[in-house]
Design a protein around this ligand. Sequence first.
Ligand code: GAP
Length: 479
Amino acid sequence: MSDTAPTVSKHARDVLDPLTDPGPAVAELDTIVGLSKRRGFIYPSSEIYGGINAVWDYGPLGVELKNNVKRAWWRAMVQERDDIVGLDSGILMAPQIWVTSGHVAEFSDPLVECADCRRRYRLDELPGTESITQADTVDPTVIDRLGLVCPADGGRLSAPRRFNLMLKTFLGPVEEEAAVVYLRPETAQGIYVNFRNVKETSRKKIPFGIAQVGKAFRNEISPGNFVFRMREFEQMEMQYFVHPDRAAEHFDEWLPRRRAWYEAYGVTPARLRTRQHAPDELAHYAKKAVDVEYRFPFGWKELEGVHNRGDWDLGRHMEASGENLEYFDPATEEHFIPWIVETSAGADRAAFTFLLDAYREEEVRGEKRVVLGLHPELAPYKVAVLPLLKKRPEIVEMCHRIKADLQRDVMAVYDDTAAIGKLYRRQDEIGTPWCVTVDVDSLEDGAVTIRDRDAMTQERVSADRVREVIADRMRAARP
Ligand code: GAP
């Protein structure tokens, strides 16, 4: 794997080599932020109250896209696998879990503060920290040694201190230390503490996995880049429980498989790469970590992590809870603590990546056409049903009939608020793979036109076959 996942320090990834850089799909992030707001994919949260930093809300199209991303992940990770089952555990868990997992002690970033403006920064994201080491992040002399100043006003920065990223709240009617619980910063721990329950009820034999999709919360010091780094986000995690001797082998299977998933759903292969964490960068639980990275408009960044967590989690939970979390293999009569190979993706980051990578601008007959070339499985609407003449009630009525039929299988939409050319462009811009147009001839011959978003070809099909044709195309597109 060393050829596909070179060990690179955290900051080396930020250096773009002009000879090999594929460039981003979209040069300016604002293009996607603007489209998302304008077309109802993603809005700033609490906007009418001035917003809340690092939380974003998904609009009518965004919720479809993100649900489709999660569905596609679940299909690949649970539905089509005999060895993986699902779980939906609580966001709030016994607080001791986060002590045992190491998050209370270790899940922190180095925080520095400007003495003048009081702005706070993550030390390792400041300009001038490109070659910083883990040891530097706890060194009180690092600010002077590297000559770092506040990027906003040049003010003096404090020495770094560890800032724990977990959000806290109180459970029950008393607000006191004893009632503190954490909002989970990863969904993984819910899986580990249910390992024995799932093993016993599903009767799975090692190697087997447990998958979960759900919210996670982190009080990030420097969130940003739209939905790339948020304080409330969703994860899609799978924990694969394996024999310790086979962990490396399973790791080597999961990493390319996870990268291939993004490619199967349309992400440009050249904008994906893998990067192995340097030893001083590894999270407290990880023996080995390789990121699948994507070339975002702001550089190569983590899209998903594949981690060998060893027996860290089950071992610690076994010790702290006093419960036996070992696995017994009747074939070899061996008792052991399974090792864990984790695949950990962000649903928001994946949806963001699919949005970015699908965006293209083309010129068609002298006019600009904006297209989201989303994979049909991910597209918010699969079909738009459009009348050529909205003044003819028989045409409108036929459109509604076709749409009602389609809606039983897929998300479909009817639109008659502009001329047909404009209606097509609107659907192109939100990624609808097919438009069905009903015209005057349709009333005579019972046929309609199906227009393809990418090829812009048009095919005449009997109206009562539209649902079947779309179902066939959806099936054909499925990875
Ligand atoms: N259980 C391991 C774990 O949580 P991680 O690398 O911290 O590993 C996994 O996070 C994935 O979760 C990341 O690759 C990213 O896609 C997503 N993620 C993490 N922090 C995020 C944030 N603040 N905003 C959005 N997505 C985030």
